[in-house]
Design a protein around this ligand. Sequence first.
Ligand code: ADP
Ligand code: MG
Length: 252
Amino acid sequence: MIGVSAEPTTREAVSLTGTDLHLSFGDHKVLRGVDIQVDAGTTTTVIGPSGSGKSTLLRVLNRLHEPDAGDILLDGRSVLKDNPDDLRRRIGMVFQQFNLFPHKTVAENVALGPRKLRGLDKERARALALQQLEIVGLTAKADARPSRLSGGQQQRVAIARALAMEPQVMFFDEATSALDPELVKGVLGLMADLAQQGMTMVVVTHEMSYARNVSDNVLFMDNGAVVETGEPDQLFTDAASERLRSFLSQVL
Ligand code: ADP
Ligand code: MG
C-alpha cells in the first residue's frame, strides 16, 4: 500500500453504464455498438490492440466526443442531456502524459481545478491539495516544481489533481505507459489502493498483471467492438474467442 494515510473518500460510489455506443470519424467507424457496465465501486479494465478504440471509448464516456448513438448513464441516470462540463467534473481522468504546469508548484497544480472549477478560495484549495497529496504520498513535495519529481511522482501528482475534483469515477488511459519500468509499480499500487477504497474506475492498460489481479471485470476490445468481457480469472485462463487468445499470447 502506498501512502494511504488520509481519510478514505466517504462519497458514495456510483455506477457507470455505456449502452450501444457508436462513433465514426468521417467514414471510419471507431466504436461499433460498445456496451460497458461498471458497477459502483468496481474496476473495469479495458484491454485490446492499439487502434481498437480504447481511448475513444473513454473520451465518449466523458463526452469529449459525443456518441453518434447510444446512451451513457451515471448512477443509473442518462447524462446525455446534461451540460458536458458537469459530467467531466464527475469523472477524473489520468493520461499517459501528466501535463502538469511546469511553473506552478505541485500543490498549486493540484489546487488549480478546485479553485477555477469549484470556486474554492486559495486557502481551502491548498488544504484540499495537501490532503490529496497525502493520499498519493507526496506531501513532502508540495512546494516543489514538477520538474524536480520523477515521472512516477509526477503521475501521482496528476492522480492527486484528478482526485482533488472529488470525482465519482476515475478513468486511467495507459497511465503507466510513459514511465520508466522501475516507476510503474508505485503508480499501479496507488491505482490498486483507489480501487480497494471503492472508487469506480475504468482503466485502459497494457499491464496484464493489473488487469488480472485488480480489476473486477475485463473488457477486450478489437476493431471498435467488445469481443469478450468477463471476470479476469475466467478471461485470462479460458478465453472464448480466438482473437483474445491470440492477443493474450502476444502480451503475456
Ligand atoms: P486505442 O486507444 O485502442 O489505441 P483509439 O481510440 O486511440 O485506439 O483509436 C481508435 C481508432 O480511431 C484509430 O483508428 C484512430 O486512428 C482513430 N481515431 C482516434 N481519434 C481520432 C480522431 N480524433 N479523428 C480521427 N480518427 C481518430
Ligand atoms: Mg489509446
